[in-house]
Each structure stands twice: as structure tokens, then as C-alpha cells.
Write a protein that binds this ligand. Sequence first.
Ligand code: HEM
Length: 136
Amino acid sequence: MDNDELFEIVQLINKNFYDRVYADPWLRKMFEIVPQDVIESQQTDFMVGALGGPVRYRGRSPKDAHPHLFVTEEIWQRREDHLLATFKELNIDDQIATKWLKIDNAFKQAIIKSSLDECEKRFFTDEIISLDKKAA
Ligand code: HEM
């Protein structure tokens, strides 16, 4: 696969994935602080680089991008469910899907938190975002 093909497939995955995330009445509350097209293009640049393509992403590292978000295990799983549904719907090659999940999981411990006290604002006007527990 050349770099253009890699970019195209990552873009396709992110579009399908964030369409699901922003349509999820529970999870979307955590993402609404940023426009969907912005996060899609940041994630595409980030993932293309992480998957071995050109490194265009110049933003914060995942570790520094989420200190204000109270991401619980339950939120993490919900996000991953959407990602797996995307891989399935688009019939994504196992090799890419496995690599993608491995990259995500490498940042899991840096992103998830066990209590609200672990959240920190990145700057003065930042808001700490948490979700109510998912209605079963
Ligand atoms: C449940 C897990 C996650 C949630 C709820 C989440 C949510 C978000 C949100 C809301 C933002 C925008 C932050 C803002 O502008 O205030 C963001 C940014 C970002 N996220 Fe995540 N994310 C999650 C997992 C991940 C993972 C696994 C990665 C990478 C492998 C990642 C990479 C990034 C990057 C690169 C940015 C852009 C950073 C920046 O430019 O500031 N995220 N995320």
C-alpha cells in the first residue's frame, strides 16, 4: 500500500468512526467540545504517522491531549465498540485493524482515569468533562 492509499483508508475509517461517535447520544457529550471535521483530520494525520506513513501530525501527544477528560473504562470500551463496528462495516484488513488497536491501547493507561481528581485543565479556560454513567 502506498502513502496515498494509506491516507485514504485512514480517512475513511475516521469518517465512519466519528460519524458513529457523534451519533451516540451518550458518548458524543465528551466529543462535542471539538468539531467533528477537526478531530477527524487530527486523528487522520496522527494515525497515518503512527501506522508508518508520513508524519504530518504536529499537535499534542495523546498523553497531553486528554487530561481534562474523565475517560473511564466504560467510556473507553464504548469508543472501542464503535471502532470495531467501523472495521467490520468497511471490511478493514486484519493487519491494519490489529495495528490500529495496538496503537490505541498503547495510550490507554495515559488516557483513562479512575477518579475525577485525576483530571486537570490544560489551560485556564479549559473545562473538565465527565459523563453520567451510561443508562443500561
Ligand atoms: C475513550 C477514549 C478517548 C476519548 C473520549 C477521546 C476524546 C478526545 C477529545 C474530546 C479530543 C479533543 C480535545 C480538545 O480539543 O479539547 C481529543 C483529541 C485528541 N485525541 Fe482523543 N480520545 C480518546 C482516545 C484517544 C486515543 C486512543 C488516541 C490515540 C491513539 C487519541 C488521540 C487524540 C489526538 C491526537 C487528539 C488531538 C490533540 C490536540 O491537538 O490537542 N485519543 N480526544
